[in-house]
Design a binder for this molecule. Structure first.
Ligand SMILES: Nc1ncnc2c1ncn2[C@@H]1O[C@H](COP(=O)(O)OP(=O)(O)OP(=O)(O)O)[C@@H](O)[C@H]1O
Ligand SMILES: [Mg+2]
Length: 159
């Protein structure tokens, strides 16, 4: 799999990158965010979900307790023409599998529902459980690169 690498130097730059990624996402798609604690997965998701027009940046928080946050991408009356091809409404899920320890935990999240209709599903800590799906997958790896810098490798997206 080919991956494209980017360096960001601030959380704002990571959010801006999330917005850029959002403009390329079409449902159904699974976005897997891999990287250490504090590497910026939730920060990038703020950019993706706000870029999709599904919520404001500040409304996107870590799904630490609920484990699944659900948003809805709507068609905005003022949507720009270039966004039209990417403007069908769909659900957007932000999932954190960090605390998932077994299949029972995973089942209790109701992810099958999320995967039963075309949606954009963003998953932090996807390596904690294998999800079976035939949806296209975008894999994003985030690495600490000293101080506030992060190295972000994105697979399968033509950025
Ligand atoms: N370049 C950067 N990109 C992203 N976050 C940055 C950057 N520089 C500093 N930060 C800070 O690093 C932290 C990243 O936290 P964030 O919650 O996004 O990480 P995470 O990967 O989701 O962690 P966790 O595994 O705990 O869920 C935030 O406090 C953010 O402000
Ligand atoms: Mg997080």
């Amino acid at each position: 799999m080919t991956a494209k690498e980017f360096i960001t130097h601030t959380s704002e730059e990571t959010i801006a990158m999330g917005r850029e990624i959002a403009s390329k996402l079409q449902p159904p798609v699974l976005v897997l965010l891999k990287g250490d604690l504090g590497s910026g997965k939730t920060t990038l998701t703020k950019g993706i979900i706000s870029g999709l027009g599904a919520a404001k940046e500040e409304e996107v928080t870590s799904p630490t307790f609920n484990l699944v946050h659900e948003f809805r991408k709507q068609i905005l009356p003022g949507d720009l023409p270039e966004r039209e091809r990417n403007s069908q409404p769909c659900k957007v899920y932000h999932v954190d599998l960090y605390r998932i320890e077994n299949f029972h935990d995973l089942e209790s999240l109701g992810l099958e529902d999320a995967l039963s209709e075309k949606a954009i599903v963003i998953i932090e800590w996807p390596e904690h459980f294998t999800l079976r799906t035939d949806w296209p997958i975008v894999e994003i790896r985030l690495h600490h690169a000293g101080g506030d810098s992060r190295r972000i490798a994105v697979s399968d997206l033509h950025l």
